[in-house]
Design a protein around this ligand. Structure first.
Ligand code: CMC
Length: 446
């Protein structure tokens, strides 16, 4: 059964079932047997603690570095079947949302659990749009960064700084306050991101334009120069909106886990979001899109692709934008992104790196190394090419991931806060260090 999915058992499986949904564990150290309940194909790690050699024992733990096989929570937000390549937000397939929805509507769905009515969407859009301005002091704060500061570093810092402007955000169990911080965070993320970009160019900050859509306003704050009113290109505006939809949530990934973990000690949502943004920055997570582009530039020509693949297989390099902890099939987001890239290239001209990317994909999908390990292109493989064609510098790529993921992070945070089973996240360890030692004075040390 797919992890996390409560499916109907097949007839044969059903016939082979005994009446008990439990697991019997025999401890061969003592010969004692224990019966542990099974719910949703899962046992509770705490049920193992009764397994002891003697009464003074701490009890059995499970060891799972990197959470390969540990469910952290019960969640209703996002479903992934990595073997088949399925992604759904609140039950809606990503393909349908990418086709028919907008990012703001999808964010509402992710946060509230249902698609909004017209009135609900209008209200939601109004509130997010009217929280796009940031305090003028944020500008002074950004001005302190070096001209070549990485925009993700600036974003992480400025999101954390928001917490100092809204001290009431510490009232995390107040639903009204959570709602207000949600409008603010989703509204201000594009502003902070665009300001970080303009700072790196030494250009004056462009203020939000409330007449524009969420992605349209973001393009305005990035690219507006002397025109009185910025008019986003509709094809690019829609492409960005779809990219935002595809990045809105992805269940218990590294940054969502950071959001839940930091949030579990009950700081305000801005501090937890800064932690999640930091987790996303890494090249194994949201920073991979940046690394893919550097890799394609490094490969340089189609003729160099086989030699590069050889180095990957020899363990010298990783093929960035390939592989996923959950997907052991084509990432459904990558499929949609490949299609959008064609639409963007129609407007902006074909990205010359595309041919190298296509060749990498072609060779990798046929090569035994990648096939046997089920390594397929992930969401980050083609996004960089689109972002580059749209005029974004490479360092902005992970920022473009962080903006839409904010809605997913807040949904994960809120679900965690309201889950009675959750407490402060605090894993166990297997201590492998020294037993007690007596302090050695300096003159006696070797
Ligand atoms: N290139 C070459 N080999 C790879 C790659 C890769 N990109 N990814 C995994 N492998 C190999 C890995 O060396 C291992 O081989 P072996 O069994 O011989 O030791 C095997 O495949 C299994 O990999 P793993 O490291 O156990 O897999 P993981 O689930 O721990 O890591 C991953 C998942 C995404 C971190 C990894 O695939 C990776 O580093 N990919 C490149 C970075 C990347 O594109 N990240 C973006 C992920 S999607 C966006 C997001 O949601 O963050």
């Amino acid at each position: 059964m797919n992890p996390g999915k409560v499916e109907t058992q097949s007839a044969t499986q059903e016939a082979n079932r005994t009446s008990r949904d439990s697991l019997t564990i025999t401890d061969n150290r003592t010969g004692k047997s224990y019966e542990v309940p099974i719910t949703d194909d899962t046992i509770r790690a705490l049920d193992l603690r009764q397994i002891k050699v003697n009464a003074g024992d701490f009890g059995m733990m499970s060891y799972d570095p990197a959470f390969n096989n540990t469910a952290l929570c019960r969640s209703k937000i996002t479903f992934i079947d990595g073997d088949v390549g399925i992604l759904r937000y609140r039950g809606y397939p990503i393909e349908e949302l990418a086709e028919h929805s907008t990012y703001l509507e999808t964010a509402y769905l992710i946060l509230r659990g249902e698609l909004p009515t017209k009135k609900q969407l209008d209200e939601w859009t109004y509130h997010v749009t009217h929280h796009t301005f940031v305090h003028e002091s944020i500008k002074k704060f950004l001005d302190g960064f070096h001209y070549d500061a990485h925009p993700m570093g600036m974003l992480i810092s400025s999101v954390a700084a928001l917490s100092t402007f809204y001290p009431e955000a510490r009232d995390i169990f107040n639903a009204e306050s959570r709602q207000k911080q949600t409008w603010r965070l989703i509204g201000k993320m594009p502003t902070l991101a665009a300001f970080a970009y303009r700072h790196s160019l030494g250009m004056p900050y462009a203020y939000p334009d409330n007449d524009l859509t969420y992605p349209g306003n973001f393009l305005n704050m990035l690219f507006k120069t002397t025109e009185l009113k910025y008019k986003p290109n509709p094809a690019l505006e829609r492409a960005l909106d779809v990219l935002f939809i595809l990045h809105a949530d992805h269940e218990q990934n590294c940054s969502a886990n950071a959001m839940r973990c930091v949030g579990s000690s009950h700081p305000d949502v801005y501090s937890a979001t800064a932690a999640a943004t930091a987790a996303l920055y890494g090249p194994l997570h949201g920073g991979a899109n940046e690394e893919v582009l550097r890799m394609l530039l490094d490969i340089g020509t189609i003729a160099n692709v086989p030699a590069y693949i050889k180095r990957v297989k020899a363990g010298e390099k990783k093929l960035m934008g390939f592989g996923h902890r959950i997907y052991k099939n084509y990432d459904p987001r990558a499929r949609i992104i490949k299609r959008i890239s064609a639409e963007v290239f129609d407007v902006m001209g074909r990205n010359p790196l595309l041919d190298i990317a296509l060749e990498v994909e072609r060779i990798a999908l046929e090569d035994e190394y990648f096939v046997s390990r089920k390594l397929y292109p992930n969401v980050d493989f083609y996004t960089g090419l689109i972002y580059q064609s749209m005029g974004f510098p490479v360092t902005m790529f992970p920022v473009l991931f962080a903006i839409p993921r904010t809605s997913g992070w807040i949904a994960q945070w809120e679900e965690m806060l309201l889950d009675n089973e959750q407490k402060i996240a605090r894993p166990r360890q297997i201590y492998t260090g020294y037993d007690t030692r007596t302090y050695v004075p300096m003159e006696k040390r070797a």
